[in-house]
Design a protein around this ligand. Sequence first.
Ligand SMILES: C[S@@+](CC[C@H](N)C(=O)[O-])C[C@H]1O[C@@H](n2cnc3c(N)ncnc32)[C@H](O)[C@@H]1O
Length: 276
Amino acid sequence: MNSSVKPFLKWVGGKYTLAIELKKHLPNNFDELNYIEPMLGGAGMFFNLQPKKAILSDINKKLIITYQSIQNNVEGVISELKKHELNHKTNEDYFYDVREYFNKGCETREGLAAAFIYLNKTNFNGLYRVNNKGEFNVPKGRTTSGSVTICDEKVLKNCSDLLKGVELYWKSYEDALKDLNKHCFVYLDPPYLPQTDVSFTKYSKDGFSVEDHQILSKHCKDLSQRGIKFMMSNAENDYTYEIYGDFSIKPLTVYHSLGPDKKTRKKAKECIITNY
Ligand SMILES: C[S@@+](CC[C@H](N)C(=O)[O-])C[C@H]1O[C@@H](n2cnc3c(N)ncnc32)[C@H](O)[C@@H]1O
């Protein structure tokens, strides 16, 4: 494993650090299986595991175009991102100009990728949230210019190298699970089941509800019937046992990454759900 590869995006629920714990629960024959990650987000698990063969996907189209651009033309993305870095330092309103440009679609795929990364580094807490029209609407973050690295060339180039040879698709997890066989291993990291108090579950235009978890659970049963191993990260609460009770549920204790203030971040109950 190349330990200098890490995610180039901040992502709510990112698994890069937790992957050390999650790895202990992989199936014994993991190295022989094709790695499938259909809810990719910031790809924390992928960048930590660095599997030989991988098929990665997400329902967020702009996110996938960003990965594909890093894969195919990292130099082009870096060149655009450097312009953002410079303008961010001198223009107070630059964030909102880029946000508008991003919502209009951008002229090139590299331009879109650079705008995606710039907004991710400078917005409020690295969130990705869109309104009913599908427009990205997260405000500028509290970190002032200079305190955040917008263009980390080394990280971007390392990610590009690791993404070479990987298949990347914009699709729903339902579609991503269709053509798999028993030589595949699926890691699922959906927006978590809500805790009894407030939980951040609205990642995409459509969000992800308790009913969506019931549907996801049916897809997991289908994977089991097809002899395909899966591992899922999720919150651990009453819903988990109700919805995913047919599988093995192993509790983990971790700190929640959502919330700007480190002092108020809470321990959250999480778990690993597997069918092996
Ligand atoms: C918790 S995040 C994944 C975080 C990721 N494991 C990481 O390390 O950063 C959940 C992801 O699921 C994606 N997602 C939500 N609904 C989906 C669906 N129906 N099909 C595919 N992806 C979906 C979201 O766009 C989001 O990127």
